[in-house]
Design a protein around this ligand. Sequence first.
Ligand SMILES: [Zn+2]
Length: 281
Amino acid sequence: MLNFNRIMTSIAVEWMLQKHVTVVGGAYGLACDLVRCGLGSLTFVDFDRVDASNPARQDLYPGDTGRLKTEAVAEQCRRINPQIEVECYSADFCSISLDEFDHLFGHTDLFIHAADFVPAQARGNIESLRLGKPAMWIGMYAGGRAGEIVYHVPGVTEACYRCICGQRYAAFNRGMRKISSEGGTILDLHLLDAIAGQIAVGILTRGADNRMGRIIDALGNRNLLQVKIDPDYTLGDKDIFAEYLGNHPANFSFSTIALPMEREHDCPDCSRFRHDVEDAA
Ligand SMILES: [Zn+2]
């Protein structure tokens, strides 16, 4: 058993030990960090194998080349905490049948989506709404120059992933097939993962009497976080950080803005799965 003595004032480890997280298509370093924070069990979903370019930018090792990523990272989790329960599911997240989905993931407490493929992100939204489970999506912007974390917690946040990222669905329908992570380094990834990890522990221990247990209620409906990494980052010609931060010293780099999001009333996923919200309206 890991010795958690020195993190107990910040994290309700006894709660974390009871929790299960499903990680789809990446976020391996983050998953390992959650194990260090006391996470009790994990399921990895990914069909990729480790290739030669992975160790330079993901938490994978050259000796794992050719192995399934899920199995390589499961082994790392077991090295951190031999008591961790890890399941690996080497399949395309989009092709899992509904029955199988509920059987495999019905018990999960949080879905973490790190796949850079719109249909996988879209399915993640639908299924988490259908099951009434929290979910988060971690995305790197072009070149690793900025990134985002979107999350949804039933009963806390209003907007779902599709409400917030509807433009991405539209771009996919216009033929854009992949959000390129080319140029993103391990430093960019770890910066984003560290912030995502705070949100993940916040969701899993929400209500605990410590700083992590308070973070989700403190954020409220600010469930789009954007992280500036390159000081010169702009989205096209739009300086999204200057819009909020102007030339404040916080608008140099490594800053996070947490934006309040509202439900889109024509969001197909919300209208299909969130009748509670509609009834209340
Ligand atoms: Zn929605």
